[in-house]
Design a protein around this ligand. Structure first.
Ligand SMILES: [Zn+2]
Length: 116
């Protein structure tokens, strides 16, 4: 781990993002119920609309879940002292890169190689 990383600030950002994602999850769970209730009363076109919106909501819900998993893992790395270290090659991840996304787990070289 690179000692000069501002762990407290990254941790704060990760925790804030985690709260935000959980709030969004709660909101989208509410709107999903609304779509199902509507289906009996609305016409075909708006029903298709509703289904499309629902699929989009499910896709973004999946993304949020994945991001939450990455955030939890990053917070865990802060706890066990490996934060800021690339999971694949163990080289330090640049602060600039972590600043862009504090949940990143790989250095730019490994990310490029694995296509992520
Ligand atoms: Zn690496």
């Amino acid at each position: 781990m690179s000692a000069d990383l501002n762990l407290a600030s990254f941790r704060q950002r990760l925790e804030a993002r985690r709260e935000e994602l959980k709030a969004l999850q709660a909101i989208s769970a509410g709107s999903r119920d609304a779509v199902e209730l509507d289906q009996t009363s609305v016409g075909r076109v708006s029903r298709i609309d509703a289904i499309q919106q629902q699929q989009m909501a499910l896709a973004s819900e999946r993304q949020r879940k994945e991001e939450l998993v990455r955030i939890e893992a990053a917070l865990q790395r802060i706890v066990d002292g490996s934060y800021g270290e690339c999971l694949m090659c163990e080289e330090p991840i640049t602060e600039k890169r972590l600043d862009f996304d504090p949940a990143l787990a790989t250095c730019v070289n490994c990310a490029t190689r694995s296509g992520r």
